[in-house]
Design a protein around this ligand. Structure first.
Ligand code: GLN
Length: 484
């Protein structure tokens, strides 16, 4: 079984457990189970064991090896660890080995964590199911016919399957919160700018955040403290210290607002029932639960899919066959080479978004589309700001449905986009949000409760989520075949 990260790290630091045996066990679980789950596209067995042995030697020499001593961690395929293939789920980056290590990965390593491998994802993090990958589609450990969510599909599945206690994903419009909710685990998107994006391969730069996944909020806090804080290598990174967990109780006397727009009739009945019960529990724990309104919610999906695709079209212009990864010769001319490379290298969804993003930025259409979406973004941020004058947190479902079936939405991009309706508003507003398990539906699929906090109130938000979690047992439920 896989203990939580805090327990494992403490045992390794005290010399009660060797990092090597902790890591070897994680590798065994991956070997035994990942043919079915397909969370990883790459497992760095030898490197992980060598690193664990080095940590053990340092512990034996009396050194403090850090708060994540010996904890196995999985990284999403858009994260740079020097020499470890980061292809972002794309053919265009096949074989790309970053020549440098991301700031947040460096911090993980400095905290004593051991990276065991890289996980499957939607190509360039565009998707909500993991199916937009050129390499393999991860499965939901609760039901292999269903998606683990996306785009951080493999990272969420790896934690839910018990392979590793911690994983990192990235959340641009919900890619950590929604998979956490589909997989019955906890996932946290920090305030935009809390974690350096240096070494996170860009999708939508004004939205992208590195985001932790774990079984418990306590582990999210541990991981978040390790990776957060100022970084001169990312100008959008907030100039502040790493975020320390707030000790103690986080709900008594707090006001929790439930947006009426988040409880629409489209909500799956099982999701509605579990979330209603969770809101009642928040009340029993001393919070005052009140209705609020976020009136521009219905415009969030269209605004997000304009802003995110615009930024993506500009970020992805760098994949031209010259500097990175794939090169297809085409007709031999420079333009021909670039066109052939992009045609062969990108999948359908990425092409769709580059076209859309280029269109909304083009002269003549810029103001009608991109400019308008930016103004809607402002209105959505203002909705939240007004709500937070009345309440400390906003609560509701993370996703309108539990995990859907693989293949169910992939032919209908708009339906797939609409499934992000409850996560993208928070992303546009740059706020912190966490998804925690709040039970399962009648057909045994997990449901996530999303809690949203004020900008920079990451620690308060996590303390509230932890208080809910420690008073309930939903996070202890496991898919069949995964030991408690
Ligand atoms: N599903 C959303 C999208 O496809 C969110 C993805 C993400 O957060 N990376 O853009």
């Amino acid at each position: 079984m896989s203990a939580d990260a805090a327990t494992l790290a403490a045992a390794v630091a005290r010399g009660e457990r060797g990092a090597r045996s902790v890591v070897a066990e994680a590798l065994e679980r991956i070997e035994a189970g990942d043919d079915a789950v397909r969370a990883f596209y790459r497992v760095d067995r030898d490197a992980a064991l060598a690193r664990a042995e080095a940590l053990d030697a340092r512990v034996a020499a009396g050194e403090d090896v850090g708060p994540l001593a010996g904890v196995p961690v999985a990284l999403k395929g858009n994260m740079c660890l020097e020499g470890s293939e980061a292809h972002c789920g794309s053919r265009v980056l096949a074989g790309y080995r970053p020549p440098y290590t991301a700031t947040f990965v460096r911090r993980l390593l400095d905290a004593g964590a051991v990276v065991v491998g890289m996980t499957n994802m939607d190509e360039f993090a565009m998707g909500s199911s993991g199916e937009n990958s050129a390499y393999g589609v991860a499965r939901n450990p609760w039901d292999p016919e269903r998606t683990p969510g996306g785009s951080s599909a493999g990272s969420a599945a790896a934690v839910a399957a018990g392979f590793v206690p911690l994983a990192l994903g990235s959340d641009t419009g919900g890619s950590v919160r929604q998979p956490a909710s589909f997989c019955g685990i906890s996932g946290f998107k920090p305030t935009y700018g809390r974690v350096s994006r240096y070494g996170l391969i860009a999708y939508g730069s004004s939205l992208d955040q590195v985001a932790p996944l774990a079984r418990s909020v306590r582990d999210l806090e541990l991981l978040f403290e390790a990776i957060s804080g100022r970084d001169p290598l990312d100008s959008t990174c907030i100039d502040d210290d790493p975020v320390r967990p707030l000790e103690g109780e986080g709900l008594a006397g707090k006001r929790v607002g439930v947006p009426r727009e988040y409880l629409s009739d489209d909500l799956d009945a099982g999701v509605r029932a579990r979330v209603d019960a969770a809101l009642e529990t928040l009340g029993q724990l001393g919070a005052e639960v009140v209705p609020v309104s976020l009136p521009h919610t219905e415009h969030a999906v269209p605004a997000y899919y304009v802003v995110a695709t615009a930024e993506a079209s500009s970020n992805l212009a760098r994949y031209d066959g010259v500097r990175y990864g794939l090169r297809a010769p085409g007709d031999g001319s420079l333009q021909g080479m670039i066109a052939a490379t992009r045609d062969a290298g990108f999948g359908d969804e990425v092409k769709r978004r580059i076209l859309l993003g280029t269109y909304v930025l083009s002269s003549g259409y810029y103001d009608a589309w991109y400019g308008r979406a930016q103004r809607v973004r402002g209105l959505i941020a203002r909705d939240f700001a007004r709500a937070f004058e009345e309440v400390d947190f906003v609560a509701g479902p993370t996703s309108p449905t539990p995990a859907f079936r693989l293949g169910e939405l992939i032919e209908d991009p708009v339906a797939m986009y609409l499934s992000d309706v409850l996560t993208v508003p928070v992303s546009l507003a740059g706020l912190p949000a966490v998804s925690v398990p709040c039970g399962t539906t009648d057909v045994a699929l997990p449901v996530g409760l999303q809690l949203v906090g004020r900008r920079l109130a990451d620690a308060e938000l996590l303390a509230a989520a932890r208080t809910y979690q420690e008073a309930t047992e939903h996070h202890l439920a496991r898919p069949q075949g995964v030991p408690a």
